[in-house]
Design a protein around this ligand. Structure first.
Ligand SMILES: *Cc1c(COP(=O)(O)O)cnc(C)c1O
Length: 405
């Protein structure tokens, strides 16, 4: 039997039928009208935001909306965070529907001219990823007669230790190498841009508080040096994020209070605004993916629960989104969470590929066709980061628990 990851705290102590936002999994599946479905509990996101506010007084909180751009969830999150970080013109359009432009920043390599124009026209901040993009943004601003709001994303000379996805400290498509960022800032300021400051993003999915504390210290040192080189105070320094969540057995939740205390001390006496941008830490634990067992079969002495959901909706849970070794997400038989496992099964999806495996040799109470399986940690990089068109099954229904009367 292989272990599963830890259930989020809001679900870990439940017994009997799983409840999400006070309603049973069966109710949610009925409400959705079909399975599979994603249910997002807005209250859990609110709890995370409250915890961030308490730990990071005076620091702006941005939501990296690529983690979950489902419009009702985005609208709810927008009311409790200070800014939205977007990565395409499509996300920009969704963000502008729920947040003023001056609270929106647009990062990401390969922004096309129409995307630059859309951001400049709207008044959103462009986080520049290269000198070439800076020149194209300045030209677009000239044509529009608008001083573009420009920040520079720096490819830092540090990396976030222990992060699941390192994005600094090496040659990179993201950001401008630290050695050239000061000169580019002088260039865009001299060209009349509305200078917005620095953006540094060193990695993702870090669970080690000390690694994040070290990265923050290095980032402050770096941006201080760059601001001196630029000869201008930055209105905002976006320190990145990278706060991880425990997906797998043995993962320990990040101690954000420790990170917050260190950052609060490091920022004492500073007048510049600082922001942290978070995706998964805010929303991952708020989402549950419910899929129904369609078939129960034996093969070669093993039992398979074949479900109507899988990697076309929840790619990450099948281990196919940025993981090297496949490990089990937290998964439960929804009608009897917390009950003792009595058999070992593999939970698989309906796609014709062995990659479509939600739970590999996990222990569960006896499950039959018709039962619901809950896959936790489904609030981030679920529906939005999965190959929904693959094999032509319908898209998953998504529900924000808050929006239900
Ligand atoms: C994806 C991304 C994020 C969010 O990452 P999480 O791991 O979901 O917190 C934040 N900032 C940038 C620049 C990103 O590309």
């Amino acid at each position: 039997m292989k272990p599963i990851g830890p259930l989020p705290p809001e679900f870990a102590d439940q017994r009997g039928e799983l409840h999400i936002a006070g309603r049973s999994a069966t109710d949610w599946a009925e409400h959705a009208g079909t399975t599979p479905c994603f249910v997002y509990d807005a209250a859990i996101v609110g709890t995370r935001v409250g915890r961030f506010r308490a730990a990071f007084p005076g620091v702006d909180l941005h939501y990296a909306m690529k983690a979950n751009p489902y419009p009702p969830l985005l609208a709810a999150v927008a009311t409790i965070v200070d800014g939205l970080d977007v990565a395409s013109a499509g996300e920009l359009t969704r963000a502008l529907a729920v947040k003023p432009a001056d609270a929106i920043s647009f990062a990401g390599p390969g922004k096309r001219d129409p995307e630059l124009v859309a951001a400049i026209e709207a008044g959103a901040t462009l986080n520049l990823e290269s000198e070439g993009e800076a020149e194209r943004a300045l030209v677009a601003g000239d044509r529009l007669g608008i001083a573009p709001r420009l920040a520079i994303r720096v490819n830092p000379d540090v990396e976030l230790r222990g992060s699941g996805m390192r994005m600094g400290g090496r040659p990179s498509p993201f950001g401008i190498d630290a050695a050239r960022a000061g000169a580019l800032a002088r260039r865009v300021i001299a060209a009349g841009a509305d200078w917005r400051g620095w953006h540094v993003y060193a990695g993702s999915q870090a669970l080690d508080a000390q690694a994040i504390i070290d990265t923050h210290a290095a980032t402050l040192e770096l941006t201080d040096r760059l601001s001196a080189e630029a000869g201008a105070e930055p209105p905002l320094v976006n320190l990145g994020g990278g706060f991880g969540v425990p997906y797998f057995a043995g993962d320990r939740a990040l101690d954000i209070e420790l990170v917050g205390a260190a950052l609060t001390a490091a920022l004492a006496g500073r007048t510049t605004r600082y922001a942290i941008e978070l995706g998964r830490w805010l929303v991952a634990e708020a989402g549950v993916y419910l899929t129904r067992v369609v078939d129960r079969k034996e093969s070669g002495g093993e039992t398979f629960l074949v479900c109507d959901g899988g990697m076309h909706h929840q790619l990450a849970a099948t281990g196919n989104l940025g993981t090297v070794v496949r490990r089990n997400y937290p998964v439960a038989l929804a009608r009897s969470t917390g009950d003792a496992a009595i058999e070992e099964v593999s939970v698989v999806g309906p796609l014709c590929t062995p990659l479509d495996r939600i739970g590999d040799h996990i222990g569960v109470p006896r499950a039959e066709p018709g039962d619901l399986i809950a896959v936790f940690m489904a609030g981030a990089y679920g529906a939005t980061a999965s190959p929904a068109a693959f094999l032509g099954h319908p898209a998953a229904v998504e529900i924000l628990a808050d929006s239900v009367p």
